[in-house]
Design a protein. Sequence first.
Length: 400
Amino acid sequence: VFQNVAQAPEDPILGVTVAFNKDPSPLKLNLGVGAYRTEEGKPLVLNVVRRAEQLLVNDLYRKKEYLPITGLSDFNKLSAKLILGSESPAILENRLATAQCLSGTGSLRVGAEFLTKHYHQRTIYIPVPTWGNHPKIFMMAGLSVKTYRYYDPTTHGLNFKGLLEDLSAAPNGAIVLLHACAHNPTGVDPTQDQWEHIRQLIRSKNLLPFFDSAYQGFASGSLDTDAQSVRMFVADGGDCLVAQSYAKNMGLYGERVGALTIVCKTTDVARKVESQMKLVIRPMYSNPPIHGASIVTTILKDRNMFYEWKLELKAMADRIISMRRQLYDAVSARGTPGTWNHIIKQIGMFTFTGLNSKQVSFMTSEYHIYLTSDGRISMAGLSSDKVPHLADAIHAAVTS
Ligand code: LMR
């Protein structure tokens, strides 16, 4: 009965890892997926996560029970506090609904399903470019996806004028996807002033902001700095949605831990919204897994562990920043044609190099360096000893 099923292509990001795993070359380097690696090129389990897991071992009984549909309640409170800030008016006035979801993707999907059912506007505007999974998540949930200009390839920076024009032309009430910080794939974020302009425009047209916060603490090294865009929108009292992920900032990729928070105008509305979130989640996956959320909760609620986490997070962010400098220096030393200062200007996990898909294929076939075909490099996958090899590959790709 399935003989007419067509072969689907590999995922543009996760498929890079599939190809990387098949390559027998000792030179191979995976800069595709955004996953942190140490200077030794190894995945990192944070010490604070190991400590939390040790504590959880003594609590095995509770660990295997079903969670409520919206997950661990302490996890939800602490996650909202982390992204919105402890003094957030939405928290103090108790007008938010949070559900523990399956990392960033699951949180976005639950949010999108909720909007399809309970929001009058079915159109969502996403930036160009954006994370490759975004359009698929929203389309699958039944939203109609439109785009707004974001990245300017000539400056390797923000197309602020284009962004404002496109959002001004959006129909009243449309949903707008915003990357809270460390825009994926470009590493280009609006300045504080630009965020303020965007906020005013969004509020004046009653657009509905939907934040994707996948890198809190990873961009600048500070949890508060990386949450400023979201907090600015919540401070004005308007509605918004926030999808949070702990994949990168706690290194909990495979644990699938995240949260969806819907900020409403009143407590009464928030409670009703929460009740409907449950109706979205229950037939989808019933309730979320317990282990990863227990790790996060253990860390967030203990002062010392929270402090230890911040130090480890800062160390990861700093290593990425130092990779930027080293790659920039290496490319400059080779006199590679073109401007490369965007390598140090862009922030977060990724550098959007400007290399085209032909150049990317060349780097993969000749140098065994794996990256997404849009020229995005995961700086978190790079280490000092691999920088010369990468710079050689970029130089050869650009000059050949
Ligand atoms: C990425 O953009 O590489 C990450 O967010 C991983 C993923 O799921 O695509």
